[in-house]
Design a protein around this ligand. Structure first.
Ligand SMILES: [Zn+2]
Length: 590
């Protein structure tokens, strides 16, 4: 490819709409353009990267025995109504009607239609197991599309679905997919962690997210270096404080102090002190000595939820233990009605309206605690949960894990925090969709059973953005060799000088003949401009042909990522470049 003909215009300025590196660089390097909010054009260079990622995905899917098909983007509403998701999806679903008034959606995902397909095609256990996948556009009308391909409204996904007759079969397919995903992201050059995840709205039990580690990531994860445990912070378990040696020692110390002073709780005035920090400072205690009481609406019904002052409620865990669909922090009016006080003074003792009370397990280990007093400018001190809480409360793990927590798995390491971009997810779906859509099989005895399903997604366009988040510097993108749009760029310093031009075109032709993916910068631009563009677009290797090197019959080979340079005799450029490509590809081989 000649640069003068390449359909790619680079931008010197950072586009105002782009907040993070991947979004900025995809626009600046001429790989992508915005068509509408969260909807993008992929230009030739960007599309080459997407195709390379797709090729890696296909090779690894095929290696597991999965078979590729292509499902429609436009899907009939009836299938979604059968699983109940036509209503659940809400505003995020793009909906349309045909000329006869029939309703359709643009597929945000494809569980319904693939299950319908398999329900029609599979009758017998002899047809199982089967794993099907596609690489297809998906549509979600995000309320706030941002970060380019990381949160867009149209995006490319690989989605696979496994169909098994029993749980052991599902486990086996899940394991195969998990391993394929690790190979895919390794080959894409990503630094990633598989983390235990909440399976959220999609249903079913058992899920891992593959997180590309990046500060720009929207997902908060915690991990333990001692044992490798990693989890989405929404999912991470918390040990009861009994398991936490540090907390135990401190709590015991407070308990002794409490016995020595005063056995019961008492009311104190805390004028104008609302937040945990304000109250703690005012009363000369630590936030960990306070109990936060929050009124939530669980499917519309108020409940009181208690966590330690330095902890936060995990609304996903809360939703699970309450077994409800929606959990929201209550509005001020509800909180005031339940507590009989303005917001900021809720407590477990003396609520105006009795409501179910859920207490995080860490609270139960507290002594001499401070709680809200259910009256304006009032708190209670000296509260001992086991003694003073009104009867009928329930205890559970309800809080968000924090950095510094003892690892729930090995109980030796301390959790650390990181941010990640979710590039893939594997789910055990079970029979939710097969039961709703009648995907059954007959066993050896002619008995009918629902097929057991798993689903497995990879964000292809998102993976491209995640790679850039990890592989860039102030000059631009530095693609891993496995996904680079072209492997090499050949740059004559001055294309108007005949010897340079001749040497450059000769090397370019030889590399092409050797099967190397190569760009020739044949433009009459200044060398600085050409080098800047090459760095911005991120070709892994650059061959520069300039007057000084030519005198010695040499070209300069430069690695984009490391900046390493090497003078190579002209007649050895092809073999040296081939060797460098092979070495780079080897780095990303699982
Ligand atoms: Zn651990």
């Amino acid at each position: 490819m000649r640069m003068s003909q390449l359909f790619a215009t680079t931008l010197r300025e950072v586009p105002a709409e782009a907040e993070i590196a991947s979004h900025q660089l995809l626009l600046r390097a001429g790989m992508m353009r915005k068509a509408a909010g969260g909807i993008y054009v992929f230009l030739p260079l960007g599309l080459r990267v997407l195709h390379k990622i797709e090729t890696i995905v296909r090779e690894e899917m095929d290696r597991t025995g999965a078979q590729e098909l292509l499902l429609p983007i436009v899907q009939p509403a009836e299938l979604w109504q059968q699983t109940g998701r036509w209503d659940v999806y809400g505003e995020e679903m793009f909906r349309l009607q045909d000329r006869h008034g029939r309703s359709f959606c643009l597929g945000p995902t494809h569980e319904e239609i693939i299950t319908w397909l398999v329900a029609n095609e599979v009758q017998s256990y002899r047809q199982l197991p089967v794993v099907l996948y596609q690489i297809q556009n998906k549509y979600r009308d995000e309320i706030r599309p941002r970060f380019g391909p990381l949160r867009s409204r149209e995006f490319i996904m690989k989605d696979a679905y496994s169909f098994d007759r029993d749980a052991a079969g599902l486990d086996e397919n899940y394991r195969k997919m998990y391993e394929a995903y690790a190979r895919i992201f390794t080959r894409c050059g990503l630094s990633f962690r598989p983390v235990e995840a909440d399976s959220g709205a999609i249903g079913g039990k058992g899920s891992h997210e593959f997180m590309a580690l990046a500060d720009a990531g929207e997902a908060a994860i915690v991990y333990c270096d001692a044992c490798g445990y990693a989890a989405n912070v929404e999912q991470a378990e918390c040990l009861p404080p009994e398991g936490d040696g540090e907390a135990e020692a401190q709590d015991a110390g407070q308990a002794r102090a409490g016995e020595a002073s005063e056995p019961g709780w008492r009311r104190v005035e805390t004028p104008g002190q609302h937040t945990v920090e304000e109250v703690a400072r005012f009363l000369h205690v630590q936030p960990r000595n306070l109990i936060k009481t929050m009124i939530y609406l669980a499917d519309g019904q108020p409940v009181a939820v208690l966590v330690r002052g330095d902890h936060d409620v995990n609304e996903i865990k809360l939703g699970h233990v309450l077994d409800v669909r929606h959990v929201f922090l209550a509005d001020a009016e509800t909180t005031e009605r339940v507590t009989g006080a303005p917001v900021g003074f809720a407590g477990p003792i003396g609520l105006a309206q009795p409501v179910p009370m859920w207490v995080d397990q860490a609270v139960m280990a507290m002594k001499e605690a401070v709680t809200g007093g259910n009256a304006k400018d009032t708190h209670l001190v000296g509260v001992d949960p086991t003694v003073h809480f009104p009867a009928g409360y329930k205890v559970a793990d309800l809080r968000l894990a924090q950095p510094g927590d003892l690892c729930p798995r090995c109980r030796r390491g301390r959790l650390q925090a990181a941010r990640g971009i979710e590039v893939g997810q594997v789910f055990k779906l079970g029979t939710k969709y097969s039961e709703a859509l009648g995907a059954m099989y007959l066993d050896e005895n002619g008995r009918s059973h629902p097929i057991i399903m798993g689903c497995y997604g990879i964000g292809v366009s998102r993976t491209m953005a995640a790679i850039i988040e990890q592989c860039h510097d102030e000059h631009g993108i530095a693609w891993p060799m496995t996904v680079a749009p072209y492997q090499v760029i050949v740059v004559p310093v001055n294309a108007a000088e005949a010897p340079q031009w001749e040497a450059a075109t000769q090397v370019y032709g030889q590399l092409q003949a050797a099967g190397v993916e190569v760009v020739l910068d044949d433009r009459s631009e200044r060398p600085g401009v050409k080098f800047k563009d090459a760095d911005l677009m991120g070709f892994p290797l650059r061959v520069t042909i300039g007057p000084r090197g030519l005198k010695e019959g040499k070209a300069e080979l430069r690695w984009r990522a490391s900046g390493q340079e090497e003078a190579v005799p002209l007649d050895q450029v092809v073999s040296r470049v081939q060797q460098a490509i092979a070495d780079e590809l080897q780095r990303y081989t699982p």
